[in-house]
Ligand binder design. Structure first.
Ligand code: NAP
Length: 442
């Protein structure tokens, strides 16, 4: 009997696992269980809307989804429509590819004030993710602080300052385009608790900040070290030196060249969000970097800002019946093995680090482990799942259904844009009922 595998989550880690399983076992059958009616996880809901080329990998994922040995059940929520125990009864192996979709809490005084947003929520909001489309962030301010020196922080800063013309060929959600482009934002502070040599931006993303139509990058040259001092591989040293060179180039640019500014503030640790229930500023402590760690100097300063976006990393949500390593914020696992017949891949396995392609190795590992652990299929797979969904009145969204949603989004796209995203599940499902479809604007 073919081995029956359920993959929970149709994001990059789930698709790489499916492709690896199909390659490794010529007989196995793979079913996706995905909470949203839309596939591709962070490709749709996380990758910046102005980085369309990064989203191209979804074409390969779509080919995998249409393989004869692959089933696809969208709009089916683990823990609501089907329990993990039920899935493990129906399938020989279950692979958790559920990612890390929540924000790590900022956890400083004032961080619960109105006007403080986590990047998972904020990025989800501008990308039209149904869970975050009602975030309605208040951007009626001239200054925004973005905390973090990773690629998510730089994505957020860039999307906040790009002009409508620069965003025209993107799939920035309508409600977000309206809010961002009407906002009076002039200054964005990009805040790193360590120095420029420790920043996690990739050079491509950093360089892009120097090429914006209406926004100039601002860097204090005194903050840029002459060289990278720490012990590290030649490759890491080259990457860091490249970022320092880019920042030096920014520091040499004339002041006042563009109407908006992104200020790179390094060695600045946020200690308090200021304001009386509503953000009015951020208090920071200057740090120095000692053996790679940020050490407070006892010197404090403040920046005025009306919104704070915290891009300090993601975490996984609690999943019923899944053991969680709270310290690491991942599914408790040994190189992906969670329990007999239960595996984890991607950010659920490793935590929220790495780019889309990093997930490929996890998929290969899971496929190898499933091959080692399960010689012969013994469970029913999709017929049992489908019977349960019918019994519960759950209407799964097939991959062909998704393609109808995708076609509706493409047909509604403004000139030059790839799609106009449907942001509410009811509107996505309405496409499938052939009822009137409107793109909901908030
Ligand atoms: P990240 O690269 O880990 O960056 C997190 C940033 O938050 C770091 O600068 C970190 O500083 C800072 N931070 C953490 N806790 C903090 C605190 N309490 N106070 C102040 N700062 C704090 O994570 P990410 O930006 O969320 O990105 C996640 C992964 O997705 C990364 O691997 C990233 O490269 C990838 N990604 C890639 C792209 C792309 O390729 N274009 C786009 C988006 C995301 P320390 O370094 O001091 O800890």
């Amino acid at each position: 009997m073919p081995v029956q595998v359920a993959i929970v989550g149709a994001g990059p880690s789930g698709f790489y696992a499916a492709a690896a399983l199909l390659r490794a076992d010529a007989a196995c059958h793979v079913d996706f269980i995905e909470a949203l009616p839309t596939p591709f996880g962070l490709i749709r809901g996380g990758v910046a809307p102005d980085h369309q080329s990064t989203k191209g990998v979804s074409r390969a994922f779509a080919r995998t989804a249409q393989e004869p040995r692959v089933g696809y059940y969208g709009n089916v929520v683990l823990g609501r429509d089907v329990s993990l125990d039920e899935l493990r009864g129906f399938y020989d192996a279950v692979v958790l590819a559920t990612g890390a979709p929540l924000d790590r809490p900022l956890g400083i005084p004032g961080s619960d004030a109105t006007g403080v947003y986590g990047a998972a929520a904020f990025v989800g909001w501008y990308n039209g993710h149904p869970d975050f489309c009602d975030l309605n962030p208040d951007l009626n301010t001239s200054a925004v602080a973005v905390i973090g020196n990773g690629n998510v922080a730089i994505d957020v800063a860039r999307v906040l300052v790009k002009t409508p013309a620069e965003m025209a060929a993107t799939d920035l959600a309508d409600h977000a385009a309206k809010a961002i482009h009407q906002a009076p934002i002039e200054d964005v502070y990009l805040i790193g608790r360590r120095g420029p040599a420790e920043a996690k931006f990739t050079n491509k993303e950093l360089t892009e900040m120097g090429d914006l139509a209406a926004c100039a990058p601002m860097v204090d040259p005194a903050q840029i070290p002459a060289q990278v001092d720490d012990e590290m591989s030649d490759r890491d040293r080259r990457l860091r030196e490249k970022n320092l060179a880019t920042l030096r180039g920014f520091a040499e640019r004339p002041p006042g060249e563009k109407p908006k500014r992104v200020h790179f503030l390094f060695c600045a640790k946020p200690v308090e969000v200021l304001g009386d229930g509503r953000v009015s500023g951020l208090r920071l402590e200057r740090t120095r970097v000692d053996s790679g760690r940020a050490v407070g100097t006892g010197e404090f300063f403040e920046i005025p800002c009306g919104a704070v976006i915290s891009a300090i990393g993601y975490r996984m949500p609690p999943l019923a019946d899944v053991p969680v390593d709270e310290a690491k914020g991942v599914v408790t696992n040994r190189d992906g093995r969670v329990a007999p017949g239960l595996y984890a891949v991607g950010w659920a396995k490793r935590g929220p680090v790495g780019v889309i392609g990093t997930n490929k190795a996890d998929g290969d590992t899971a496929a190898r482990q499933i091959g080692e652990d399960i010689a012969e299929g013994a469970r029913p797979g999709s017929p049992a799942l489908e019977a349960l969904l019918v019994e519960r009145g759950v209407r799964p969204v097939s991959f062909a259904d998704w393609q109808r949603i995708e076609a509706a989004e493409g047909a509604a796209a403004p000139a030059g844009a790839p799609r106009r995203k449907l942001i509410r599940i009811k509107d996505m499902l309405a496409v499938l009922e052939d009822s009137e479809v409107k793109v909901t604007e908030s």
